[in-house]
Write a protein that binds this ligand. Sequence first.
Ligand code: NOJ
Length: 991
Amino acid sequence: MMFTTAARWPAVFLLLSALCTLFVPAVTVKHENFKTCDQSGFCKRNRQFADDAAASSWTSPYALDPATITFKNGQLSGTVFKTLKEGEAQVRLPLTVTFLESGVARVTLDEERRLKGDVDLRHGSQARKERYNEAGKWALVGGLKVADGAALSEKAEAGYTKVFYGDAGKHQAVIRHAPFGIEFQRDGETQIKFNDRGLLNMEHWRQKVEPPPKEEEKKEGDEENKDEEKTEEKVEEKKDEGPKGEDESTWWEETFGGNTDSKPRGPEAAALDISFPGYEHVFGIPEHATRLSLKTTRGGDGNYKEPYRLYNADVFEYEMDSPMTLYGAIPFMQAHRKGSTVGVFWLNAAETWVDVVKSKTTANPLALGLKGHTDIQTHWISESGLLDVFVFLGPTPQDLTRQYGELTGYTAMPQSFAIAYHQCRWNYVTDEDVKDVDRKFDKFNIPYDVIWLDIEYTHEKKYFTWDPLTFVNPTKMHKHLDKRERKLVAIIDPHIKNTNDYPVIDELKKKGLAVKNKDGGDYEGWCWPGSSMWIDCFNPAAITWWKGLFKYDSFKGTAPNTFIWNDMNEPSVFNGPETTMPKDNLHHDNWEHRDVHNINGMTFHNATYEAMLERKKGEIRRPFVLTRAFYSGSQRVGAMWTGDNLAEWSHLEASIPMVLNQGISGFPFSGADVGGFFGNPSKELLTRWYQTGIFYPFFRGHAHIDTRRREPYIAGSPYTEIITQALRLRYQLLPAWYTAFHEAATIGAPIIRPNFYIHPEDEKGFAVDDQLYVGSTGLLAKPVTKEGAESVSVYIADDQPYYNYFDYTVYQGAGQHTVPAPLDTIPLLMQGGHVIPRRDRPRRSSGLMKFDPFTLVVVLDKDGNAAGTLYVDDGETFDYQQGAYIHRRFSFDGKRNALTSTNLHPRATVKTDAYLKTMAKVRVEKVIVVGAPKAWKGKSQVVVSEEGAKESARKRQVGFEYYESSGKKAAWAVVRDPKVAIGKGWKIDFS
Ligand code: NOJ
């Protein structure tokens, strides 16, 4: 969102509001506000480098000096030399290759001279001299234990150093000395290559060479000759001073959209080519509005011409099917083929571009056995910072998400309300409005858990205040919501209004906690409040101060059921370059904004999370903080959403691959604005969006201030009823969702999963990204994203039976299946082989379901078996970390004809027992068996036994009903009220 002055804002706003009611806004991204690779000096230089390298018999000028190599405690160190022009000193680049116990390898390359501080910065800059080396401090939380077993190969081969590592030494790093490069092998087969194309490029520090002044200038007097600025301007005109073939025009200064970047350290990119031989698909590197399987970026039919860009930005009305940057960045990429998934994590927080190229080798009919194959070549280009790359050799998609999670942390286990439905709009305008919306949800029997307040609740955009005219009694409002266990989320952004009479800005300034401009003064820019300053959460003192602001006696009017939304934290600066901060701004410890940009939003999000933990002494509950900007590691503290989408079918469609991509990239607690942020969705689109949104891990309806109200009860019949049904389905399946969140929180598994993740051997389905599995439940949803659709085509990867969730129609056989999908129908199948936990009693909020009984849906596979898990805890506190949870496995054994519940909790603690007591009365009220065997026909009872039951009750007969199959509909059976406790072991015998 961009406006240039605060004074203009109200006028522009009014005008826009008026216009918007008349017209549908023109919806195209303003390309001119954002750089292309060609407009970003370091990207252009490195792409050119790649083109030059491809066009010539190029040899990379980097060589690892074998005499410098040492290997100790799982780490290889050495020095890579970059050779410049003949006769010039070489650039020394310290190298480490660390082999981690998890089987992951980490490669870093630094620049010795900068490490030693032996460089001069221009313009008297106070910026740090080193390459930024603290990204790990923010992104990494574990997984760094070095492998004891890693060992140098004893077989010496001239020109190479080899290291065996990983499980039983299955992995091997083959390090070539000259030109320097690394091949990573698994079981002797190369999976990933570094610098295979010779594109490694560490732009080393160099002194700017000032040309000798011209004769006439000399005469103009000494004073003028001292004026560095003027001399530099003249140098700019004189191009190609650098090493041959390099374009110096963007080395020293860059101007874009009227903003000039002073670049005190000159050129300093870190770039590398990374190839995946034999792979046809790469996934990851969110956030982009693209398909799951990444397209190539060097032009050609249907391909992109621009690299994928990672530079967190507030992209107004972003476009579909584009490699343009968006609000967040996760530089983690995985390559997948049948039998193997491998990947890289490029740990760098600066602006980064990634080119993807696929090169196909066709089969050679003359050479027997030489099959055609595809290689994927990627080219990673960061503006500054260390070269720091983690290499994952899989071999499964699950290995990758787990190992990446070990490094950057797993999803924070949310409170249970956070995975229910959130109702937001910009804005609910008064506290009475909030209560009114709340009452209407109840009146229409529509479940919801959270209502949200956007920026208008504040007094003149001053965060931590309430507008005294519109939010007269926030405490009462919170109490009202709490009656049905509902919550309120209030927005708090990182820009602090620069105004008189606002203690928050006074303190920020006085304590020196704001981000600084290049000259060391407080940086001032424009955002919602007009003139603003930005808290610098890289500064520990700023975090401490921030925490204080959220205490109940500081942020008055908040309550234990208030939670927080962090927006605009890319950061969005309306008058800044590319709507963000100047790169030469300075953060804590004098790191340039350039170095830390992509991490900036995460530091703010972290600080808010920490603040939420300390609102009141002794009140320790799991925070909920939504963020728009993110980086690797943000998953540890909250949820994200995909920002300002449009109320258009194309945006609904794109949300599925985007959310799937978040899932496999380690940040699965994600969703898109249901209904679309900008514009007014048709009732059909809104309905379809709810039917899709129930499958987003983070499920929130949201709308722009200029849109018409669209709470689910407004649409009217039949839409309201259909939307209510969809919401009820989400609530019914909350136990399954919560269990999926538990998997994300413990093993890093995505919450919604793409086909390739569930069926990694099914080549035909690798690129399928318009349908999704919910956790490990076997629930397969194919949301309708096309206007007027009456059916969808669902892709089935295996030969298991898939049953329609609602009527048990069976679909079987690998391939496409047509599933009916009129407006009131959600295409949802259940893969045979699972037990799905549900809660079937309709309630107004998830909090009211806490002690409701469970239903288990046993979906038999083709051999008559099924299994599934359930995870439950108090949904609120951190007691689960001390064992206060229930974790069960339900399995149906077709041969024994019995369903059993067994304990997955590894070790009961005092807290476990206490929790179990609170849940003692919570029982299974229904067991449905889908695909029930014919042999059960005529049966009317099953035998139930439960651990710890009294002798007399040890074996009970319980009523049972069997329904025969009819047409394509499978047979099913139901056991009503077996009266077994959810937290206990039990058996239901069907024989
Ligand atoms: C931008 C956010 O993306 C949007 O969701 C929000 O409503 C506006 N900022 C106003 O706060």
